[in-house]
Design a protein. Structure first.
Length: 280
């Protein structure tokens, strides 16, 4: 017969094992749906608050497109983002190389109260094309990133639910499910792995509208800036359905340089305003 003392040791050992695996003994029992939603929402809100206050940030980027046959295509870009009042952030991505896409630019305006605004400048025809909400799931410039993936990830546009805590590559993680509220989203749901220590997003599994695993995003090489803001040095988006993948590498992060820093005088920063020669 197992004694009470042996049972106590067993419980203590199980608790220590859960802690070692990044799990909380208090959360070993399944949560109710309501409690899981509340916990997931609270974690998402903490992560969002932690990233606020950066003002503006810019970086240099290299995009590498990989095919199942092993072929690669390399593109050089610049990006910048700026916080706006009431969550109305904006971002700008400009292609510099190769020549056939140089000058192409994507401007995004976040709108917490409705559809985000997206405009694509095509220098080959000197035309600005608006990306409708219904087209946000389209591939961005032939990559595995969609317009939706590259837009502002406003937490008000998702429903969150805590799924579990577990280790990922030896790091304790919160695993959350987030469901887009937008009926035009290309995804039925997303599963997010966020480290417990700093609430950095390490992995996202994207499920298509038929709830099939479509893509997985992984983030690597986090660096901290201004003693507060974490940014990855690399993102990889792998498409499990096509076998293709896209890698984004980041360098030269610069905070609070100003939205117009390093941009040509007439660069497009408003809907409907054209970019005049957005190259270097």
């Amino acid at each position: 017969m197992i004694s009470d003392r042996h049972l106590a040791w067993a419980r203590r050992g199980a608790a220590l094992l859960m802690v070692a695996c990044g799990l909380s003994p208090a959360l070993a029992e399944p949560l109710s749906e309501e409690a899981a939603i509340a916990r997931g929402t609270a974690i998402a809100e903490r992560a969002d608050a932690q990233g606020q206050g950066y003002g503006d940030v810019q970086s240099s980027m290299t995009m590498v497109l990989h095919t199942p046959a092993g072929d690669e295509a390399v593109r050089v870009l610049r990006s910048r983002a700026m916080e706006g009042a009431d969550g109305r952030d904006r971002s700008l991505i400009i292609f510099d190389e190769p020549r056939d896409v140089a000058g192409t630019a994507l401007l995004t305006h976040a709108n917490p109260d409705g559809d985000d605004g997206r405009w694509l400048y095509l220098p080959s025809v000197n035309r600005v094309k608006r990306i409708a909400s219904s087209g946000q799931s389209g591939a961005f410039m032939g990559s595995e990133f969609s317009y939706e993936d590259l837009g502002p990830q406003d937490i008000s546009k998702y429903r969150f639910k805590w799924v579990r805590d577990e280790p990922l590559d030896g790091t304790a993680m919160h695993v959350l499910e987030r469901t887009p509220k937008d009926p035009d989203s290309g995804y039925a749901r997303q599963v997010v792995w966020m480290d417990q220590a700093n609430l950095r997003l390490h992995k996202v599994a994207f499920y298509d509208r038929r709830d099939r695993l479509q893509k997985t995003l992984t983030a690597e090489g986090f660096t901290q800036h201004d003693g507060r803001y974490w940014r990855p040095l690399q993102l990889e988006m792998r498409n499990h359905q096509s076998g293709r993948s896209t890698t984004l590498r980041f360098e030269n992060y610069r905070f609070d340089a100003g939205w117009h820093y390093g941009l040509p005088e007439l660069v497009w920063d408003q809907p409907g305003r054209r970019i005049a020669n957005p190259g270097r």
